[in-house]
Design a protein around this ligand. Structure first.
Ligand SMILES: Cc1cc2nc3c(=O)[nH]c(=O)nc-3n(C[C@H](O)[C@H](O)[C@H](O)COP(=O)(O)OP(=O)(O)OC[C@H]3O[C@@H](n4cnc5c(N)ncnc54)[C@H](O)[C@@H]3O)c2cc1C
Length: 535
């Protein structure tokens, strides 16, 4: 089989991989960047599918920082991706047996709603949000690319940002304890802990302020056309600038020559060589499977194996024969994130809450004449009932199918508290367990966000030459941080390539029968490709 040569090979077309590819090709359209994606469609967890005319997002369902002038939108536009975003308003409607709280996408309106529901706590609410808003404003006034500050940024914070400095070493729990006494109110304020699967004592107060509170401070957004359309939009821009993507191309091994990453081998035996390899795939799989533990020092092996994966979950995708026009697009039923996350750790986990998403109620272009599509989501343990009843040979037998139906029916019953005759209206039903997520995104234990956010993560520079990482694996959870991570990795390569390009190189020619050494700068990166191809 003939090998092919590229400048950069990216394993995975998640937003991290796409961020790298987009930046590299924008900086130099002559570069040859190849993205290899194991799935038949791009986007990783930014994805969707259609069944019998019903559209479903299969991963992310709301994106922050996409408003006019906000950082995710800016970074996308800088690499040529112009995407229309629709503001999700309300961001979430939280329904409990005895009350409904609407999380508006404007802070003042949300504060009013909270005060309306908890009039005795007005002062607590105002004081709490004053601190949250200050931390968020101070952070964004730093004008940095990443949501994980570098050491230099931390120093800037210490000297110039008083609220961040004050709460920098405190947990979100400490902040809540200081301001909020009413447990019912607290339930509402910690709802975003559920999304990332981290309890308030496991996340710093500034991270919570910046990440969890951004939907009602800066808004939450939905890409017009759905998440899959957004992923395809990024791919189209990447290809327009000279990038190449191959689907159904599953990397099996990263190839090394003299301790330097030089290419990849796919499960079907194809081989691609590249000067740089970026892995946007699962960190553990990259280190232990694609490379092999023996390439790394013991201390690094230990570090990677100790990294805790973020939560995984369960999804039910329903196509109904009615429209749900009078429902909001994002509804959280009975969510008490702190209790939920504690229960998630126990053996007899049973869902008591459900998240309901109705994409066509944000974006009418997704409407199916037959009726609404509804997505029901819940976090769920990877090891539920001994790994969902899957036996040792990894066979999905009858027990697996029974368990997934039972779990799906529990979520449907919970959703019926909001959509009363849901069961009778179902025409299409698809179910995804944590094992389904594991298979589709190839993430360890089906984790939705890669490693959990509240721990030290590895640098985007692997200890091995020419092997880099990009995405949620190294820069924290969520779509914008994963995209920013991809850009950071690509910037590093661009800097290195520039150095190379400007360096004088020596090559030989024959002039008047004499062998002459000529010193010249390489004209462009294409020439560099030529050099590798001949090796
Ligand atoms: C159900 C769900 C809901 C979510 N909701 C939100 C939300 O509302 N907002 C938000 O911001 N975030 C949300 N997230 C998280 C967010 O989607 C992720 O944090 C982010 O998309 C991760 O991007 P990534 O590029 O790091 O990796 P991924 O999206 O995991 O992409 C990795 C890519 O690598 C590919 N790959 C893996 N192994 C190989 C291989 N061997 N060969 C070739 N390709 C390979 C995969 O197929 C995949 O395309 C959600 C995630 C899920 C699953």
């Amino acid at each position: 089989m003939q090998a092919e040569y590229y400048d950069v090979i990216i394993i995975g077309s998640g937003v991290g991989g796409l961020g790298s590819g987009l930046y590299l090709q924008k900086m130099n359209p002559n570069l040859r960047t190849l993205i290899l994606e194991q799935h038949s469609i791009p986007g990783g967890s930014v994805n969707g599918f259609k069944r019998k005319g019903y559209y479903f997002d299969s991963g992310a369902e709301g994106l922050v920082y996409c408003g006019e002038g906000q950082i995710f939108r800016q970074r996308l536009e800088e690499v040529g991706v112009f995407q229309e975003f629709i503001s999700i308003d309300p961001v979430e409607v939280m329904k409990y047996q005895d009350r409904t709280v609407v999380m508006h996408n404007k802070l003042e309106k949300f504060i009013d709603e909270l005060i309306h529901n908890f009039p005795d706590e007005e002062e607590e609410i105002r004081n709490y949000f004053e601190v949250i808003k200050k931390m968020s404003d101070e952070y964004f006034s730093l004008n940095i690319d990443s949501l994980t500050p570098s050491f230099r940024t931390l120093l800037r914070i210490v000297f110039t940002r008083p609220t961040l400095r004050k709460y920098g070493t405190k947990t979100f729990q400490k902040l809540l304890d200081k301001f909020i006494t009413n447990p019912e109110l607290r339930k509402i304020l910690v709802v975003y802990c559920l999304w990332l699967g981290v309890l308030p004592d496991k996340i710093s107060a500034p991270s919570a302020a910046v990440v969890f509170n951004s939907p009602f401070i800066d808004g939450n957004f939905y890409p017009k056309g759905g998440m899959l359309a957004f992923a395809k939009n990024m791919v189209n821009t990447f290809k327009l600038n000279g990038g190449e993507i191959k689907y159904k191309s599953k990397v099996d091994k990263i190839l090394f020559h003299k301790k330097k990453a030089v290419g990849v081998r796919l499960t079907d035996g194809r081989i691609f060589y590249g000067k740089w390899i970026i892995s946007n795939a699962d960190l553990r799989r990259t280190v232990f499977d694609f490379v092999g533990k023996d390439f790394f020092k013991k201390s690094y092996q230990k570090f990677i194996s100790k990294i805790k994966q973020s939560v995984t979950g369960f999804a039910v995708f329903l196509g109904l024969d009615i429209h749900l026009d009078d429902h909001h697009s994002h509804i959280a039923y009975n969510v008490d994130a702190e209790k939920f996350l504690e229960r998630l750790e126990t053996d007899n986990f049973d869902p008591e809450e459900v998240l309901i998403r109705i994409p066509q109620n944000i974006d009418p272009s997704l409407r199916n004449d037959k009726g609404s599509s509804v997505i029901l989501l819940s976090m769920a343990p990877y090891d539920y009932k001994k790994k969902w009843g899957v036996n040792k040979e990894e066979k999905r037998n009858g027990t697996y199918h029974e368990l997934k139906e039972v779990f799906a029916n529990k979520l449907i019953k919970l959703a019926e508290k909001v959509i009363p005759d849901l069961t009778q209206r179902i025409k299409v039903k698809e179910i995804a367990t944590p094992l389904t997520f594991e298979r589709y995104i190839q993430s360890t234990e089906g984790s939705w966000y890669g490693p959990e956010t509240n721990q030290k993560l590895p640098s985007y520079k692997s200890p091995l030459k020419r092997l880099l990482f990009a995405g949620g694996n190294v820069d924290g959870a969520g779509v914008p941080p994963s995209f920013f991570s991809g850009i950071k990795t690509a910037k590093y390569i661009t800097r290195k390539m520039k150095k190379k390009r400007n360096r004088k190189v020596v090559f030989y020619s024959v002039i008047d029968g004499q062998r002459v050494a000529i010193t010249a700068p390489l004209p462009d990166d294409k020439a560099i490709t030529g050099v590798i191809s001949q090796r």
